[in-house]
Design a protein around this ligand. Sequence first.
Ligand code: NAD
Ligand code: DAU
Length: 369
Amino acid sequence: MKKLLVTGGAGFIGANFVHYWLTLHPNDNVTVLDALTYAGNLGSLMPVMANPHFRFVKGDIANTALVEQLLLEERIDTVVHFAAESHVDRSILGPDAFVQTNVVGAHSLLKAARNVWLKEPAHPLSHRFHHVSTDEVYGSLESDEPAFTEATPYQPNSPYAASKAASDHMVRAYYQTYGLQVTLSHCSNNYGYYQYPEKLIPLCIHHILQGKPLPIYGDGKQIRDWLFVEDHCRGIELILQQGHVGESYNIGGMNEWQNIDIVTLLCDLVDAEFAAAPVLTKRYPNAPYAKGISARSLITHVQDRAGHDRRYAIDCTKIEKTLGFKPTESFASGIRKTLHWYLDNQRWVEEAENRDYQTWLSQQYDNRS
Ligand code: NAD
Ligand code: DAU
């Protein structure tokens, strides 16, 4: 029976991971540590809040003493580290928070893990620190270049990517220097349920429903490799179960799309949903379909993102060959499921943006002893 500390578990991938893990490993214990920044939504964890195997603690990963206390109190043997400032545009506007959480915070977490697992006499016999990194640390690809492998040299371009790269190096250093049992994963762009509507896919769905412009940065021909979030969770599960300590694994969707094509696809899918279900016109009267026009009419080219990476693509041969990973969700069905989830859960979007409500929720559910 594992005892997991999931950092950033109220965020997009972290919350999906908690649901994934508790469904497949119902006897394991999961403690979430999350600072509930603007990106954290406790509503995403409501389905597990009453589960006796689950505990939520509001707190900062940079609080070394709190993390040590949790590691000891819960006899944690596995840390899955998702907590981060994760949005590239925000890192361009204000890099400080990225250095603080993604570098200083990640280091504080490593320090706490070392103090408890490698120094305390009663530490668990085996432990694992899994660091969730990103493909962005590898930089940007030209259209004819081969996909990133684990051996691709780091060349981060945004302050976000640079901060993630810095934490990757620190994780590796704790393995090489102190013998902390670490693994790392580098995943491509995730999509799915519970994603804050600042990222491309949920932003476009939300904007179409509100009849707001869909901002396409530059020519919109930048390429991302999209993976359904549950497949990412499964990749991490495989690494925790069978991955080699000290190793990095790429996880990707083998599913490259130009941004403009993703956005036009979403427009057409939303229009088709409205055509099939007239009730949506009542629910979302500002959506273009409700006004007799196509959602594509909202597409608006805007100034490009500074230093915008042109293309990401992931070669996941290593995790496929060594751990048997393959994405299971097709993009055609994953994107429909995602759209349906957002159509049914606009309340979640409103709650995510309502910080007073989040503060109230966290007062009800923060479980510090
Ligand atoms: P997110 O922004 O949705 O969630 C981040 C979570 O971390 C939030 O709940 C936030 O409250 C919490 N957090 C932030 N600072 C904290 C701190 N100092 N202490 C404790 N909690 C804090 O992010 P996400 O998209 O779920 O990404 C999770 C991880 O996966 C990140 O490390 C990111 O770099 C990585 N990643 C994301 C993607 C993607 O497509 N979203 C792809 C590859 C890797
Ligand atoms: O590749 C993994 C990374 O994917 C993660 O490490 C990051 O945490 C995650 O945010 C994501 O980064 P991107 O910058 O690729 O994701 P985002 O959704 O912000 O943008 C996807 C693409 O769409 C990117 O080329 C920028 C473009 N875009 C984005 C937004 C929000 C637009 O054209 N318009 C927009 O309004």
